[in-house]
Design a binder for this molecule. Structure first.
Ligand SMILES: *Cc1c(COP(=O)(O)O)cnc(C)c1O
Length: 356
């Protein structure tokens, strides 16, 4: 299939209902100091931490479509799950409240962070979300099988109240439950078109997009966008949780569904899905010195704050890859800031220890 025009792809995306929730386009800028420190290549940033819903982040882009779907289905309650300091859950609660839906969050204790009202959990509480906290294995994302039983109970409870629940999988990524289409990934196909237009306006020929990858929709959407619009752009997902083959499998399912939903036939193959898993290091949500130093580096050099679970790891990866000579001199790299900054504060003790 030949490369689609941006407008044609945008029209296909526009067939999916969307609620106005965030400020678009998010800023796209060159990181002058970081490019000097690590480059060449030149390094740019896409600021999806500045979407404007709560503290921003990639989940709010997805929720524009997901909330619209929930409202169209007559739901008045949104149910989702993830870990205790989940950005996804907080953003879902904020988006749900904004449109009059009641959020129920099942939060799993996947790290040994103390159970304090801090970071996202504080924001969930301020939003008045119905919070259900459950035990889970540490250093891993909670498995779907494990979550499923608990969800079933919550769904039954909501139905007994006489309400209509909309259940959406962690991260708004995998289609299933109430969300039939990969709406999260579709919003990231749009995000790729957005970067491409911003880059074109400044005559920047981007070669790589690098971002933290978790439940898979961001990478699936960006990869579909790249394959459809500018095939030579490599999308590199830095896994924060899963080993790369398992993760590529997830992204492959979501990107296949995304192609189908948009009427595309791009033939995305395993080799189009670039996942690096060596930066998971000690596990999901575990901060080490590399991550702490990457957070410090971007804050000092560019005044931009990263988070410890996702973007800090992705930045640590970018620093390492640049130092190893992974990129070519005239490459143009876009670091995708996917948000997550409220979680920074719940890691205060660890960060202070590591940055002594
Ligand atoms: C959820 C999240 C990601 C990963 O996005 P997925 O679409 O779930 O892969 C990256 N960064 C932050 C800050 C997140 O909250």
């Amino acid at each position: 299939m030949t490369t689609l025009q941006v407008d044609e792809l945008k029209q296909r995306i526009a067939r999916f209902p969307r609620k106005d929730l965030i400020y678009l386009p998010t800023p796209f800028r060159k990181l002058e100091n970081l490019s000097r420190d690590l480059g060449p290549p030149e390094i740019y940033i896409k600021r999806d931490d500045l979407t404007g819903l709560a503290f921003g982040g990639n989940k709010s882009r997805k929720l524009e479509f997901i909330i619209a779907d929930a409202l169209n289905k007559g739901a008045d309650v949104i149910i989702t799950w993830a870990s205790l300091q989940s950005n996804w859950c907080m953003q879902t609660a904020a988006a749900a409240r904004r449109f009059g839906l009641k959020p129920i969050l099942v939060l799993f204790k996947t790290s040994d962070l103390p159970l304090e009202y801090d970071g996202n959990l504080l924001l969930d509480h301020i939003l008045g979300a119905d919070i259900r906290i459950r035990e889970a294995e540490k250093g891993k994302v909670v498995s779907e099988e494990y979550a499923r039983e608990i969800l079933k109970e919550v769904v039954n409870e909501v139905k007994e109240w006489g309400h209509t629940p909309y259940v959406v999988a962690v991260g708004g990524s995998m289609p299933g439950y109430s969300m039939e289409k990969p709406l999260g990934a579709i919003s990231y196909v749009a995000a790729f078109a957005e970067i491409l237009e911003q880059a074109a306006a400044e005559d920047i020929d981007i070669t790589h997009v690098i971002h933290a990858t978790g439940s898979g929709a961001t990478q699936a959407g960006l990869t579909v966008g790249a394959k459809a619009l500018k095939e030579n752009v490599k999308v590199i997902g830095i896994s924060v949780s899963d080993e790369k083959e398992a993760f590529a499998q997830t992204v492959s399912i979501i990107s296949g569904e995304t192609e189908k939903a948009l009427g595309l036939n791009l033939g995305i193959k395993r080799e189009d899905l670039i996942v690096l898993d060596e930066y998971i290091r000690e596990g999901y949500g575990v901060v080490n010195r590399e991550v702490a130093e990457a957070i410090r580096l971007l804050f000092i050099r560019e005044g931009i704050v990263l988070d410890p679970v996702y973007t800090g790891k992705a930045m640590a990866a970018l620093v390492d890859l640049a130092k190893k000579g992974f990129f070519k001199k005239d490459d143009k790299i876009v670091f995708f800031h996917t948000g997550g900054t409220p979680a920074l504060f719940s890691y205060r003790q660890k960060l202070v220890e590591l940055l002594k």
